[in-house]
Design a protein around this ligand. Sequence first.
Ligand SMILES: *Cc1c(COP(=O)(O)O)cnc(C)c1O
Length: 410
Amino acid sequence: MVEPALTSDDLTREAVALDAGDPLAGYRGRFVVPDDDLIYLDGNSLGRAPLATVQRVNEVLTSEWAGGLIRSWDERWLDLPVRLGDLIGTGLLGARPGEVVVCDNTTTNLYKLVQAAMAIRPGRRVVIIDRDNFPTDRYVLEGVAADRGLVIRWIDDTGVDGPGPEHVADLIDEDVALVTLSHVAYQSAAIADMAAITEVAHEAGALTLWDLCHSAGAVPVDLTTAGADLAVGCTYKYLNGGPGAPAFLYVRDELRPELRQPIWGWWGRQEMFEMAQGYRPQPDIRSYLTGTPPVLALAAVEPGVAMLVEAGLPALRAKSTALTGFAVRVFDALLAPRGFTLGSPRDAAVRGGHVTVCHPDAGRLVRDLTAAGVLPDFRAPDGIRLGLAPLTTRFTDVSRGLARLAALAD
Ligand SMILES: *Cc1c(COP(=O)(O)O)cnc(C)c1O
């Protein structure tokens, strides 16, 4: 509820107390923070740089590359995509060992998995996705649909709460091969009910493909229990892998023997160094590799993920909901009276790690806010997205950042 009595000073005092009681507060010191006064509210677009990552990349450059040269492929690098995949999969996604691999980018992995899924549902000509999904997800699906002569059924107008099982149930039938959705909506942060939606899809014989870009590292994901078939996600957001860091993909173990990805590269082939004629896919998750991975970028993913796994998802989620809950309180006190509306769910149980506030003048406000040392994300047409990273965002970043936003809207 709106609490008009709360002032900016009250909220600052509350934020200081919350920071003082934050069990994860110490993690911020394990990141490179050149400007402690900068208010960074975009950790879900590009996570901060862990100190250990700087050290690790330096080690790969000087010791493994310069020193080890070609020997480092065998000694250090060949199994990196699978090792990292297991760390992310078992540590953060509720996957079993051997179900996740790190490679390519999210877009390419989406393409690989959509094509693979369509190939094992021959005769079914329909795919389902929502209009509010991230552009690349929509475009990849449209591209595959054009290629294979498929029909897309769009989930429309789900608003702040995102797509639910009822939206999928309305559209699904025996012609549907695949339902592809984001687990956490990139605009509103609405969390989709993965288990319930997957059940609706499976009852009709369709597969599910989940985009976990805004889930991994901030929101508990249990791919195994939810019965999810396929998933993708990037590592440069909450996982702090660095700009352009390679993405991950998940293939449910039971599906793997049947599925085949469309890019037949040498890294996915059995006995790749035999350089033999003809393609025979690896019998495991390595069949989803394509060509030589970017080792520097791949190595940079590990320290950030290891830190998140060390902190543990229960603690990460607790901090995350406390941060977003506090942001909603500040919104009620300072922004709602100034003509802003809330673009995210009020119920923390169905809200991911960011909060979007909407204002007709959002574009101008974000420009001015950036000039004032606060970095949020502008999401056209009217969204200001506040990404709150549990390991690095302080409650005082929220109170100070939103007080500045309120002042700019006066
Ligand atoms: C960030 C993001 C992507 C990014 O895809 P890339 O191939 O890494 O550019 C895809 N999907 C969602 C939902 C995202 O939030």
